[in-house]
Write a protein that binds this ligand. Structure first.
Ligand SMILES: *Cc1c(COP(=O)(O)O)cnc(C)c1O
Length: 232
Protein backbone atom coordinates (compact mmCIF):
# COMPACT_ATOMS: atom_id res chain seq x y z
CA UNK A 1 0.00 0.00 0.00
CA UNK A 2 2.60 2.54 1.11
CA UNK A 3 4.98 1.07 -1.42
CA UNK A 4 2.68 1.88 -4.35
CA UNK A 5 1.84 5.36 -3.06
CA UNK A 6 5.46 6.18 -2.43
CA UNK A 7 6.32 5.00 -5.91
CA UNK A 8 3.55 7.16 -7.38
CA UNK A 9 4.71 10.26 -5.48
CA UNK A 10 8.31 9.62 -6.56
CA UNK A 11 7.22 9.26 -10.19
CA UNK A 12 5.31 12.54 -10.04
CA UNK A 13 8.21 14.37 -8.41
CA UNK A 14 10.50 13.16 -11.17
CA UNK A 15 8.02 14.24 -13.86
CA UNK A 16 7.66 17.69 -12.27
CA UNK A 17 11.45 18.01 -12.15
CA UNK A 18 11.65 17.13 -15.84
CA UNK A 19 8.99 19.73 -16.70
CA UNK A 20 10.83 22.36 -14.68
CA UNK A 21 14.24 21.30 -16.04
CA UNK A 22 15.44 20.68 -12.54
CA UNK A 23 17.48 17.84 -11.11
CA UNK A 24 15.68 15.32 -8.91
CA UNK A 25 18.35 15.81 -6.21
CA UNK A 26 17.25 19.43 -5.84
CA UNK A 27 13.99 18.32 -4.25
CA UNK A 28 13.75 16.60 -0.87
CA UNK A 29 10.62 14.60 -0.21
CA UNK A 30 9.53 14.91 3.41
CA UNK A 31 7.19 12.09 4.38
CA UNK A 32 4.68 13.75 6.70
CA UNK A 33 3.87 11.01 9.18
CA UNK A 34 1.79 12.90 11.76
CA UNK A 35 -0.95 10.79 13.40
CA UNK A 36 0.51 7.60 11.87
CA UNK A 37 1.70 4.83 14.19
CA UNK A 38 5.31 3.70 14.53
CA UNK A 39 4.72 0.50 12.48
CA UNK A 40 3.64 2.57 9.51
CA UNK A 41 6.72 4.77 9.74
CA UNK A 42 8.87 1.65 10.06
CA UNK A 43 7.28 0.34 6.86
CA UNK A 44 8.19 3.56 5.06
CA UNK A 45 11.68 3.39 6.55
CA UNK A 46 12.10 -0.15 5.23
CA UNK A 47 11.18 1.18 1.79
CA UNK A 48 14.02 3.69 2.05
CA UNK A 49 12.37 6.79 3.50
CA UNK A 50 14.77 8.70 5.78
CA UNK A 51 13.15 12.12 6.04
CA UNK A 52 10.00 12.44 8.13
CA UNK A 53 7.93 15.49 9.06
CA UNK A 54 5.91 15.83 12.24
CA UNK A 55 3.84 18.75 13.52
CA UNK A 56 3.61 17.95 17.24
CA UNK A 57 6.52 17.98 19.64
CA UNK A 58 5.45 15.00 21.72
CA UNK A 59 4.75 12.86 18.69
CA UNK A 60 8.08 13.74 17.12
CA UNK A 61 10.05 12.89 20.26
CA UNK A 62 8.22 9.58 20.81
CA UNK A 63 8.81 8.49 17.25
CA UNK A 64 12.40 9.69 17.40
CA UNK A 65 13.03 7.46 20.40
CA UNK A 66 11.33 4.43 18.82
CA UNK A 67 12.83 4.49 15.34
CA UNK A 68 16.34 4.16 13.85
CA UNK A 69 18.87 6.93 14.43
CA UNK A 70 19.59 7.66 10.77
CA UNK A 71 16.20 9.30 10.28
CA UNK A 72 16.10 13.03 9.63
CA UNK A 73 13.22 14.57 11.57
CA UNK A 74 11.65 17.84 10.48
CA UNK A 75 9.41 19.92 12.72
CA UNK A 76 6.82 21.33 10.34
CA UNK A 77 4.09 22.44 12.73
CA UNK A 78 3.51 25.50 14.89
CA UNK A 79 5.97 25.41 17.78
CA UNK A 80 5.26 26.68 21.29
CA UNK A 81 8.20 28.30 23.05
CA UNK A 82 7.90 26.07 26.13
CA UNK A 83 8.41 22.98 23.95
CA UNK A 84 11.50 24.08 22.06
CA UNK A 85 13.80 22.34 24.55
CA UNK A 86 12.30 18.93 23.79
CA UNK A 87 13.02 18.95 20.08
CA UNK A 88 16.09 21.11 19.77
CA UNK A 89 18.38 18.10 19.56
CA UNK A 90 15.96 15.88 17.67
CA UNK A 91 14.68 17.99 14.80
CA UNK A 92 17.18 18.61 12.04
CA UNK A 93 15.20 21.55 10.67
CA UNK A 94 12.43 23.67 12.20
CA UNK A 95 10.19 24.85 9.34
CA UNK A 96 7.89 27.07 11.31
CA UNK A 97 9.69 30.02 12.91
CA UNK A 98 7.35 32.98 12.76
CA UNK A 99 7.91 35.10 15.86
CA UNK A 100 10.78 36.84 17.58
CA UNK A 101 9.77 35.26 20.87
CA UNK A 102 10.10 31.76 19.39
CA UNK A 103 13.44 32.68 17.82
CA UNK A 104 14.71 34.03 21.14
CA UNK A 105 13.80 30.76 22.84
CA UNK A 106 15.50 28.68 20.15
CA UNK A 107 18.57 30.92 20.47
CA UNK A 108 18.67 30.47 24.23
CA UNK A 109 18.23 26.68 24.14
CA UNK A 110 20.75 26.29 21.32
CA UNK A 111 23.32 28.46 23.11
CA UNK A 112 22.98 26.32 26.26
CA UNK A 113 23.89 23.27 24.21
CA UNK A 114 26.56 25.09 22.22
CA UNK A 115 24.99 24.24 18.92
CA UNK A 116 23.48 25.98 15.93
CA UNK A 117 19.90 25.30 14.91
CA UNK A 118 18.79 25.36 11.28
CA UNK A 119 15.44 27.01 10.76
CA UNK A 120 13.08 28.20 8.04
CA UNK A 121 10.93 31.29 8.33
CA UNK A 122 7.27 30.52 7.84
CA UNK A 123 5.62 33.10 5.61
CA UNK A 124 1.88 33.46 5.33
CA UNK A 125 1.87 34.28 1.63
CA UNK A 126 -1.81 33.48 1.23
CA UNK A 127 -2.61 35.92 4.08
CA UNK A 128 -5.15 33.60 5.56
CA UNK A 129 -6.36 34.78 8.96
CA UNK A 130 -6.23 31.32 10.47
CA UNK A 131 -2.66 30.58 9.46
CA UNK A 132 0.61 31.07 11.27
CA UNK A 133 3.58 32.74 9.62
CA UNK A 134 4.89 36.26 9.16
CA UNK A 135 3.36 38.36 6.41
CA UNK A 136 5.42 38.74 3.23
CA UNK A 137 6.17 42.44 3.98
CA UNK A 138 7.47 41.51 7.41
CA UNK A 139 9.76 38.73 6.21
CA UNK A 140 12.85 40.80 5.41
CA UNK A 141 12.90 42.89 8.62
CA UNK A 142 12.21 39.70 10.59
CA UNK A 143 15.09 37.84 8.94
CA UNK A 144 17.40 40.82 9.49
CA UNK A 145 16.71 40.43 13.20
CA UNK A 146 17.24 36.66 13.15
CA UNK A 147 20.61 37.20 11.46
CA UNK A 148 21.92 38.58 14.76
CA UNK A 149 21.23 35.36 16.67
CA UNK A 150 24.56 33.49 16.73
CA UNK A 151 22.99 30.05 17.35
CA UNK A 152 20.28 30.28 14.70
CA UNK A 153 20.93 29.71 11.04
CA UNK A 154 18.20 30.84 8.64
CA UNK A 155 18.25 28.36 5.73
CA UNK A 156 15.17 29.39 3.78
CA UNK A 157 11.43 29.92 3.73
CA UNK A 158 8.35 27.81 4.25
CA UNK A 159 4.72 28.40 3.40
CA UNK A 160 1.46 26.52 3.77
CA UNK A 161 -0.85 27.15 0.84
CA UNK A 162 -4.61 26.83 1.26
CA UNK A 163 -6.45 23.70 0.28
CA UNK A 164 -7.85 24.26 -3.19
CA UNK A 165 -9.62 21.98 -5.65
CA UNK A 166 -7.31 22.96 -8.49
CA UNK A 167 -3.62 23.11 -7.50
CA UNK A 168 -3.02 25.69 -10.24
CA UNK A 169 -4.76 28.18 -7.95
CA UNK A 170 -1.77 27.95 -5.61
CA UNK A 171 0.82 28.61 -8.30
CA UNK A 172 0.91 32.39 -7.59
CA UNK A 173 1.57 31.64 -3.89
CA UNK A 174 4.57 29.45 -4.74
CA UNK A 175 5.80 32.03 -7.26
CA UNK A 176 5.58 34.73 -4.61
CA UNK A 177 7.51 32.72 -2.02
CA UNK A 178 10.19 32.06 -4.62
CA UNK A 179 10.32 35.73 -5.55
CA UNK A 180 10.64 36.68 -1.89
CA UNK A 181 13.57 34.29 -1.51
CA UNK A 182 15.30 35.94 -4.48
CA UNK A 183 14.76 39.39 -2.93
CA UNK A 184 16.24 38.16 0.34
CA UNK A 185 19.22 36.54 -1.40
CA UNK A 186 19.98 39.88 -3.09
CA UNK A 187 20.28 41.52 0.31
CA UNK A 188 23.28 39.33 1.14
CA UNK A 189 22.47 39.26 4.82
CA UNK A 190 25.28 37.77 6.93
CA UNK A 191 24.47 34.36 8.41
CA UNK A 192 21.33 34.02 6.25
CA UNK A 193 20.71 31.59 3.41
CA UNK A 194 17.53 31.14 1.45
CA UNK A 195 18.44 28.00 -0.41
CA UNK A 196 15.56 26.01 1.00
CA UNK A 197 11.99 26.58 -0.15
CA UNK A 198 9.62 24.30 1.74
CA UNK A 199 6.34 24.43 -0.15
CA UNK A 200 3.82 22.00 -1.62
CA UNK A 201 1.76 19.27 0.03
CA UNK A 202 -0.12 16.25 -1.35
CA UNK A 203 -2.53 18.35 -3.34
CA UNK A 204 -0.07 20.72 -4.97
CA UNK A 205 3.53 19.52 -4.64
CA UNK A 206 4.00 19.14 -8.39
CA UNK A 207 3.09 22.79 -9.01
CA UNK A 208 5.35 23.77 -6.08
CA UNK A 209 8.28 21.90 -7.66
CA UNK A 210 7.65 23.67 -10.95
CA UNK A 211 7.91 26.95 -9.04
CA UNK A 212 11.13 26.12 -7.25
CA UNK A 213 10.31 24.07 -4.14
CA UNK A 214 13.37 22.32 -2.71
CA UNK A 215 11.36 20.51 -0.02
CA UNK A 216 7.87 19.13 -0.46
CA UNK A 217 5.86 17.92 2.53
CA UNK A 218 3.68 15.00 1.50
CA UNK A 219 1.50 13.16 4.00
CA UNK A 220 -1.77 11.83 2.59
CA UNK A 221 -0.19 11.06 -0.77
CA UNK A 222 2.15 8.56 0.89
CA UNK A 223 0.31 7.33 3.99
CA UNK A 224 -3.36 7.78 3.03
CA UNK A 225 -5.97 9.81 4.89
CA UNK A 226 -5.40 10.68 8.55
CA UNK A 227 -7.74 9.55 11.29
CA UNK A 228 -8.26 12.18 13.99
CA UNK A 229 -11.20 10.52 15.74
CA UNK A 230 -9.31 9.26 18.80
CA UNK A 231 -7.31 12.37 19.50
CA UNK A 232 -7.73 14.88 22.29
C1 LIG B 1 -0.04 17.83 7.53
C2 LIG B 1 0.92 18.76 6.88
C3 LIG B 1 1.43 18.49 5.59
C4 LIG B 1 1.03 17.30 4.76
O1 LIG B 1 -0.29 17.43 4.29
P1 LIG B 1 -0.88 16.44 3.19
O2 LIG B 1 -1.95 17.22 2.52
O3 LIG B 1 -1.40 15.26 3.92
O4 LIG B 1 0.21 16.09 2.26
C5 LIG B 1 2.36 19.37 5.08
N1 LIG B 1 2.78 20.46 5.76
C6 LIG B 1 2.32 20.74 6.99
C7 LIG B 1 2.82 21.94 7.70
C8 LIG B 1 1.39 19.91 7.59
O5 LIG B 1 0.92 20.20 8.82
Amino acid sequence: MIRDQLYEVEKRIQAACVRAERKREEVTLIAVSKTKPIEVLQEAYDLGVRVFGENKVQELTEKYDALPRDIHWHMIGHLQTNKVKYIIEKAELIHSVDSLRLAQTIEKEAAKRERTVDILVEVNIAEEESKFGVRAEEAIPFIEKLAHFPHIHVCGLMTIAPFVENPEENRPIFKNLHKLSVDIAHKNIDNVNVNILSMGMTNDYEVAIEEGATMVRVGTGIFGARDYTNRS
